[in-house]
Design a protein around this ligand. Structure first.
Ligand code: MN
Length: 729
């Protein structure tokens, strides 16, 4: 995909002609005209005419080989949201199909990012639902995001980072899951470039620097391979390519997996494309004859395709000069699917027909995710599950019958059992690996022969713990749905008692009528039909109490505040500023400390407590140490109203060093933590240390020392981070 911008219909028509499909030119031209008229006079942040954006979204959609309706819809994708044109207008002008696509894209919302996980979950959920209805909606949405990422430089730095994080967390995984490689890699590279410019440039330099040497060696090897194959297989169509791994791909391996540049075997790969599957295996044999293969690096994605339909043979071999490199072997059709994924479908066939079972099967996971995540509020869970499923590292294990099961790295024997068949998973009582009994949390490794021990007893079934042992979304979904169906009444009882216990533990004391009324209301908010369904969901693990508790507390505080307003006293009637960014009512120039028990952050609802001799300590209003009803406290006079000083804009930059036990994705999680606090990041980078830890250096803006301390405290809460300190003064 080039950056060349389309500026008018002639450009679009030329692109279409070059693509050479049988397009509905009338429809596309009409959409073009409406797009130009509707957006007339509107400008993008960059200052250029707005309609260049839909033109170029359309161009990406064309390059993916999509149909005329998708192209028209991409030209119209911002019209309903940004202009006077309604979806009814679109329907009467372009018909139901285009209107449905435009409506789908509009509903997902544009740049609907938010630092709040709740909202991210919501936009992800919307996308999954849209995907379940018509997958073309998501392809247009991905193209929209790609063009926004290409033109992201015009945005404010904080917004660039917000959009980049969301791109990495939501859009790239979806593009990957749909197998649209080009879009996925470009989204990731653009996001990393804006999140960690230092790390990005470093890899770019490394690539430039090593390129000459390695590329030369590889092109010699490629020539030798070509020569050998052409002589051994003279009547076979063959195509040869050299491939360089994406910057984000290298970044992940270097910073997340702690490999050095030279330890990454697949930075350069040679790709051989041919006609038939039989040819692929013949070529593989010849390659292993020419070069020494590295054990355990051979992967057969032809017999076991990846969940995103990717098919290919991968093997890593060592050249005579001792340089390891990867060889990928596939058919032309597989190659097309590898590049375009789900979008490839429109190239060969016209749209989806109802009986297209293969397509249905490919989208099964979307429905599974919607079914199980519908009621879930936890974005980080959904995203984590998608990430596990999408992990580019796989393991292959075999059943005693010799069936190969392909699972993401980290998958357990529970995942293995459910991958064989739901019935096998449900009746599982244990597992043997290479003949020995293993615990259920045994991590599957490539080459293991795994036998699942099952029982016919009707009393057995999955245990709730399995939800923590399974890592793939498919196994989790199957376990949840078993609990949902088989144990409904039990779920309601356990769910209700867990819920009530949790309320008591948090000093939330409703009367019974209040509780029933409130729970019914809460259930509706989470889209359950009644409180029974809500309890059942808690029972089977579809909804996590720990995730909804903050909301319940907030609601409870609001309710009690309505009826019994807290009565902080000492309201002398004037406000006074303090140096810590907090205003306490009626007290001037006092020492202010943010309490350690609840670490209040700007934006939290807060209250002050006049300590004996240590100034005023500031707590969150819902801190456990603050009485719910102040007037009932022993010394109500010592509680005092406090606010964040929102006018305070002075910031200072500070450099922090965090040490973490190295693990996949740590940098992204640290960036997320900062982002959630709206902390501006000036630079951030991660390095591997010799002892296997990961050191993250970040320069950020803080508003005060207290703010800085709360930033440090928040980063320290990121799992596996064990030390954070300030390294400049
Ligand atoms: Mn747009």
């Amino acid at each position: 995909m080039t950056d060349l911008q389309l500026k008018n219909y002639e450009d679009i028509k030329l692109t279409l002609d070059n693509f050479g499909e049988d397009y509905n030119y009338n429809l596309i031209k009409k959409a073009y005209e409406l797009c130009v008229n509707a957006h007339e006079g509107q400008k993008r942040i960059s200052g250029e005419d707005y309609y260049y954006h839909p033109f170029n979204v359309a161009k990406i959609v064309i390059s993916l080989g999509m149909d005329s309706e998708s192209i028209a819809a991409s030209l119209l994708h911002d019209v309903v949201e940004d202009t006077d044109i309604s979806i009814e207008d679109i329907k009467s002008m372009f018909g139901d199909e285009v209107a449905l696509l435009v409506d789908g894209v509009t509903k997902i919302g544009r740049l609907n990012f938010s630092s709040k996980e709740q909202q991210q979950a919501e936009s992800l959920r919307k996308m999954l639902i849209a995907m379940g209805k018509d997958i073309r909606v998501i392809i247009i949405k991905l193209a929209d995001r790609l063009h926004n990422m290409r033109t992201i430089d015009a945005m404010r730095p904080q917004k660039q980072r917000d959009v980049s994080v969301e791109t990495l967390e939501v859009y790239a995984p979806i593009a990957h899951r749909l197998g649209i490689r080009g879009v996925k890699e470009e989204l990731e590279d653009l996001a990393i470039k804006h999140l960690d410019p230092v790390g990005y440039n470093e890899i770019e330099e490394l690539l430039k620097h090593r390129k000459n040497h390695r590329v030369q060696i590889l092109s010699e090897i490629k020539e030798r391979i070509e020569e050998r194959l052409r002589s051994e297989m003279p009547n076979t169509t063959l195509s040869f390519q050299g491939r360089v791994k994406s910057i984000h791909g290298i970044y992940r391996k270097m910073y997340a997996q702690g490999k050095t540049f030279d330890e990454i075997y697949d930075i350069y790969a040679i790709r051989i494309i041919t006609d038939t599957v039989a040819d692929c295996y013949n070529i593989l044999g010849l390659m292993h004859d020419m070069f020494r293969p590295i054990p355990n690096r051979f992967k057969d994605y032809i017999s076991t395709p990846k969940p995103n339909m990717y098919q290919s043979l991968h093997t890593t071999v060592i050249s005579r000069a001792g340089i390891p490199f990867e060889i990928q072997i596939r058919t032309f059709e597989m190659h097309h699917t590898a590049e375009f994924g789900i979008a490839a479908h429109w190239k060969y066939k016209e749209g989806i027909t109802e009986n297209d079972k293969r397509m249905e099967k490919r989208l099964e996971w979307v429905h599974e995710l919607i079914d199980t995540q519908d009621a879930s509020t936890d974005a980080s869970d959904i995203i984590r599950t998608i990430k596990v499923d999408l992990s580019e590292e796989d393991v292959f294990a075999v059943t005693p019958k010799g069936d190969v099961i392909n699972l993401p790295v980290g998958a357990t024997v529970v995942d293995f059992a459910f991958a064989i068949h739901t019935a096998v998973g449900i009746s599982m009582v244990g597992a043997k690996v290479d003949g020995k009994i293993v615990p259920l949390n045994h991590e599957v490794k490539t080459g293991e022969v795994i036998e699942i021990l099952t029982t016919n007893s009707a009393n057995k079934g999955p245990s709730r713990d399995w939800l923590n042992i399974a890592v793939t979304s498919s196994a989790k979904a199957k376990i949840r749905s078993w609990f949902k169906k088989e144990k409904r009444s039990e779920n309601i009882v356990t769910g209700k008692s867990e819920y009530e216990k949790e309320l008591r533990r948090n000093n939330i004391n409703f009367t019974e009528t209040e509780l029933n009324e409130y729970t019914e209301e809460l259930a509706k908010k989470y889209r359950f039909t009644n409180s029974e369904e809500f309890y059942a969901a808690i029972g089977y693990g579809g909804i996590l109490l720990s995730k909804i508790l903050p909301r319940i507390k907030e609601d409870y505080n609001k309710r009690t505040a309505d009826t019994k307003p807290p009565t902080p006293v000492a309201t002398v009637g004037y406000k006074t500023k303090s140096s810590e960014g907090v205003i306490v009512e009626g007290i001037d120039n006092c020492l202010i400390k943010l309490s350690k028990c609840c670490n209040p952050l700007p934006g939290d609802e807060i209250i002050g407590f006049i300590t004996r001799g240590h100034g005023v300590s500031i707590h969150k209003r819902d801190c456990n140490n603050v009485p719910i009803d102040i007037s009932l406290d022993d010394e109500p006079d010592r509680w005092i109203n406090a606010y964040w000083n929102s006018n305070k804009t002075e910031t200072f930059t500070s450099t922090l060093k965090a040490v973490a036990i190295d693990r996949d994705g740590i940098l992204i999680e640290v960036m997320n933590a900062l982002n959630n606090m709206r902390v501006a990041i000036h630079s951030i980078s991660a390095r591997q240390t010799k002892d296997g830890n990961c050191v993250i250096i970040m320069t950020i803006s803080a508003e005060s020392v207290e703010h800085l301390h709360s930033i440090i405290a928040r980063v320290e809460k990121v799992p596996k981070v064990f030390n954070v300190e300030r390294i400049n003064q």
